[in-house]
Design a protein around this ligand. Structure first.
Ligand code: ADP
Ligand code: ADP
Ligand code: MG
Length: 514
């Protein structure tokens, strides 16, 4: 085995991303140290870690966001480097700086870069200077007179988006259709931004209608090398949060890909970017693209990039953080085949995405060639209200988009989960949707196609995978046969309430008898 870059690395995160990072650490012979709050003591990321730092409490503010405490405890354990994952402390410049001051390597870009890119106004201004196209808009200071703001908005033209300078995770945004709505939206966005980020500054942006969200993975080392690892299409969103991502984007021609990739690299060079990052763009229906923001961390959807460029991005992050040069040049990188990721959330699409909580009685993911699951849970895990409802990510690879779509549809149909409300059926309905199959998507796809309300009961195949008695399998006669058997097994109760999970009790009994 090659020489490890570090001996011991703290993963300052939880859930699927903490698990995924630790897997690479273990492969490299590096000891992973986990952090755990009270509700997470039995969690997957704690179970697989070699060492655990206990952070008493439940709320993120008392636990995973306690930067000073985490650094002090990491030092006591002889930790050399800290991987922040995404969310939590990952884009906190003060934490990155405090790590460095304590003699810990922060696995990410320099604190000043995190700070500047965390401010969408500063980031946009830098991009403008660098010649990267930005969405037309306006930003001023809090002293600006409202009549002046109104005037600026008129000049941009409606619809307009009011956005928080410190925004993230889709928060602090307000769509304004006309001048009459501006003042209320402006103050509502500022209030939300103050509450969510402790920073009330907002700015205006022209609202691009029917756009696609296309982002580029960037990577820089400490020797001045910067590359991009191609794009990810993340247009399937709900409330500005991504749900399904894929690469390559069906919308990019080789020319447009080259142009956008070049802009992403130019942006990264202008920042003096090191380690992994993402430059997000919005792509208009007319093919014009605009810079949105830079995420100075590993992205949720990084696996689709990994599966098509055949690189382990966490390994590269460690390598670069240890001071080694990137092991390739731009020209060495090629996109191979097609990858799709679905985010598995504990929420019930048929009931207005109500969060699901409870015990995962069944959790049987599909297994097969070119199928990857990044999961923060296992069968028997308790899903609580305390943290992000994303349980896992299902990622598939195919030689082309069609092959990847077929594989994803199959994989979702075999994903058996009982006990906790989830969006597996919803994801499958999106993947199978004719417009999605054609790659005709934009960020309002889910508003235009009311898929959520229509997601039906759990697929027969998935129930079979859940181990629902071999008798049922044997008795199955044709496509509708199982439904009859199910009905009998459930004591004749045929009524679906819209959520198959409402019947978890009956299924539980059935499987206990098997
Ligand atoms: P990605 O672009 O990687 O898909 P998301 O916007 O989905 O990122 O956010 C990833 C995670 O980080 C989510 O759990 C989200 O809630 C959280 N997050 C993102 N930005 C912020 C922020 N500024 N403050 C707090 N949490 C954030
Ligand atoms: P966040 O930091 O919350 O991720 P972004 O600026 O990246 O904020 O925007 C999140 C999402 O909001 C984008 O993926 C896109 O769907 C939508 N969005 C942002 N800016 C615009 C815009 N100017 N026009 C249309 N949609 C936008
Ligand atoms: Mg974003």
């Amino acid at each position: 085995m090659s020489k490890p870059f570090f001996k011991k690395v703290l993963v300052a995160n939880r859930g699927e991303i903490a698990v995924r990072i630790m897997q690479t650490l273990q492969e490299l012979g590096i000891t992973p140290v986990a952090v755990s709050s009270d509700p997470d003591l039995q969690a997957e990321h704690v179970r697989i870690a070699d060492e655990v730092i206990y952070l008493p409490g439940q709320k993120p503010g008392e636990t995973y966001l306690q930067g000073e405490k985490i650094i002090a405890l990491a030092k006591e354990r002889g930790v050399e480097a800290v991987h922040p994952g995404y969310g939590f402390l990952s884009e906190n410049a003060a934490f990155a700086k405090a790590c460095a001051e304590a003699g810990l390597v922060f696995i990410g870009p320099k604190p000043e870069v995190i700070r500047d890119m965390g401010d969408k106004i500063i980031a946009k201004n830098l991009m403008k200077q660098t010649g990267v196209p930005v969405v037309p808009g306006w930003s001023g200071d809090s002293e600006t007179d409202f009549s002046e703001i109104q005037h600026q908005a008129d000049a941009i033209g409606y619809p307009i988006l009011v956005k928080a300078a410190a925004g993230g995770g889709g928060k602090g945004m307000r769509l304004v259709h006309n001048a009459g709505e501006l003042e209320a939206a402006f103050s509502a966005a500022a209030r939300e931004a103050q509450n969510a980020f402790g920073d009330a500054r907002v700015f205006l942006e022209k609202y691009i209608t029917q756009p696609r969200h296309i982002e580029f993975q960037i990577f820089g080392d400490q020797h001045g090398n910067v590359v991009h690892l191609f794009e990810r299409e993340c247009s399937i969103q709900r409330r500005h949060q991504k749900i399904i991502e894929e690469t390559p984007s069906p919308a990019l021609t080789p020319e447009l890909r080259a142009q956008m990739g070049e802009a992403a690299v130019r942006a990264a060079q202008a920042m003096g970017y090191t380690n992994a990052g993402t430059v997000e763009f919005i792509l208009g229906p007319d093919g014009s693209f605009y810079f949105l923001e830079v995420n100075t961390r590993l992205q949720v959807e990084h696996p689709v990039t990994e599966m098509t460029v055949h690189q382990d991005l966490v390994r590269l992050q460690l390598q670069v953080a240890a001071g080694l040069p990137l092991p390739f040049k731009q020209d060495d990188l090629k996109q191979d085949g097609h990858a799709i990721e679905c985010r598995l959330y504990a929420e019930d699409p048929a009931r207005n995405f109500m969060p699901g909580i409870g015990k995962l009685d069944f959790f049987r993911p599909p297994v097969g060639p070119s199928i990857r699951l990044d999961s923060g849970v296992r069968e028997g895990s308790e899903v609580t209200v305390h943290y992000d409802p994303m349980l896992a990510k299902l990622i598939v690879w195919g030689k082309d988009r069609q092959a990847a779509l077929e594989k994803m549809s199959w994989a979702l149909s075999r994903f058996a989960i009982l006990g906790v409300a989830n969006n597996v059926e919803f994801l499958k309905a999106i993947i199978d949707h004719p417009q999605f199959q054609l790659g005709q998507v934009h960020t309002h796809f889910l508003e235009e196609h009311p898929i959520a309300a229509n997601t039906g009961p759990v697929p027969d195949e998935a129930l079979l995978v859940a181990g629902l008695s071999s008798q049922i399998l044997k008795q199955r006669v044709g496509a509708t046969g199982l439904r009859e058997q199910e009905t009998q097994a459930m004591g004749g109760n045929r009524e679906w309430t819209g959520s198959p999970w409402a019947h978890g009790g009956a299924w539980r009994q059935l499987t206990c008898q098997k």
